[in-house]
Design a protein around this ligand. Structure first.
Ligand SMILES: [Zn+2]
Length: 387
């Protein structure tokens, strides 16, 4: 063998070894299941495919948890992990799922809405594959997902995504983004089937109010806010004013633009009787000018580049050396969800929804997120759901 061929062989072997190692890691990540303990309020668990059977057997199918009170009332749908790289949303959904007691009405919770996105990653940005939350009984490991569904589940992408039914031209990537594929259709791409399934829940179950929980860059103006269309804006405004006065944190209201299609806060309201709201908490991890995308940055939101940009007035949220820790983001989401529920119930007393045993902002900041997560090892096996 010539000298040149020896070097080539070694290089081919090294590249193949790196590819094999990465494949094993990505395969393990895609198959890793997160245990969820159904708490005292959960009365039934179904699959999204019960509402649209075209999802059955696909990676896009996901668990839908029902928490039904003894007393009839209104219905609220909570969706998290529309973007699976915004994990405060899922942790908020889990706090409700694992703790809430329903005194009146019904909560329907989909903690991993874009289940395919939750099994995708962003290697080009150096995303961590997992992160852990410290709890009172050890730590709980979660998959870190991506904004878009995995191309393994929906492929190929078009050159341009033509939104259905408005025919607005969107980025090709948005065909895998479940916050651009609303209201969806049964015979569209897989992610349109996911949003169609959720629309079917809202129409069939007569859901009064739907919340889509997210996180957004600190350099993006639509952050730390409630996005609401005209029909929801009064309840959003009362919620924003109340959490500011009573709990001391800012969460302004952004009107949902009517000319930008495919978004949950726009299409849900236009295609059903449900009142939609989209919740954003600041997420420094998503900002572009940061250091490496580490688990620490994801959990504590501390970054020296953002700190210097904040001093130059470039951020849309207050930012100091304390960053934006997970407990602050999840705490805000918990309080905003509870306050939206209270404001809706005041306006529509016959459709009231009353929930107890869910912490508010100050409690989550004080005790940490993990304090409210149940230990799947100690729970009854029938109460643990994997997703
Ligand atoms: Zn998002």
């Amino acid at each position: 063998m010539s000298h040149e061929w020896k070097i080539k062989s070694v290089l081919i072997f090294v590249v193949a070894a790196v590819m094999a190692m990465a494949s094993i890691q990505f395969y393990g990540h895609r198959r890793y299941m997160i245990p969820i303990v159904s708490g005292p309020g959960v009365t039934k668990v179904v699959k999204l495919s019960e509402y649209y059977e075209g999802l059955k057997g696909t990676m896009a199918d996901t668990n839908v948890f029902y928490l039904e009170g003894k007393e009839e009332g209104g219905k609220m749908l909570i969706m998290a992990h529309t973007h699976s790289n915004e994990p405060a949303a899922m942790l908020t959904a889990l706090i409700f799922l694992e703790n809430a007691i329903i005194d009146k009405g019904t909560l329907i919770i989909i903690p991993q809405f874009n289940n395919s996105g939750g099994r995708n990653t962003k290697p080009g940005d150096g995303y961590p594959l997992y992160f852990e939350i410290k709890t009172d009984w050890g730590s709980k490991k979660f998959r870190m997902g991506n904004r878009n569904a995995s191309p393994l589940d929906q492929w190929p992408d078009p050159d341009v995504y033509i939104h259905y039914p408005d025919r607005q031209l969107l980025s090709y990537l948005d065909v895998r983004n479940t916050n651009r594929t609303w209201p969806g259709r049964p015979n569209g791409p897989l992610m349109e089937k996911v949003t169609y399934g959720a629309m079917e829940i809202m129409r069939k179950e007569k859901v009064d109010i739907a919340l889509d929980i997210h996180g957004a860059e600190t350099m993006f103006p639509v952050t730390n806010c409630i996005v609401a269309p005209e029909k929801s804006i009064r309840i959003a405004t009362m919620t924003s004013l109340t959490v500011k006065a009573r709990e001391g944190f800012d969460n302004h209201v952004e009107p949902s633009p009517s000319g930008f299609r495919g978004l949950s806060h726009r299409e849900i309201g236009d295609y059903s009787d449900t009142l939609p709201f989209l919740l954003e908490a600041p997420l420094p991890f998503l900002d572009q000018p940061t250091g490496p995308k580490t688990v620490d940055l994801l959990l504590n939101g501390k970054d020296p580049f953002l700190l210097s940009l904040s001093k130059k007035g470039k951020l849309f949220v207050p930012y100091d050396e304390t960053g934006w820790p997970m407990e602050k983001r999840v705490g805000q989401h918990c309080s905003v969800v509870l306050e939206l529920m209270r404001q809706f119930s005041r306006k529509f007393p016959k459709r009231a929804i009353k929930v107890s045993n869910v912490p508010r902002y100050a409690e989550v900041v004080k005790n940490g997120v993990g304090h409210y997560l149940q230990n799947p090892e100690e729970a009854d096996k029938d109460d643990v759901y994997y997703n």
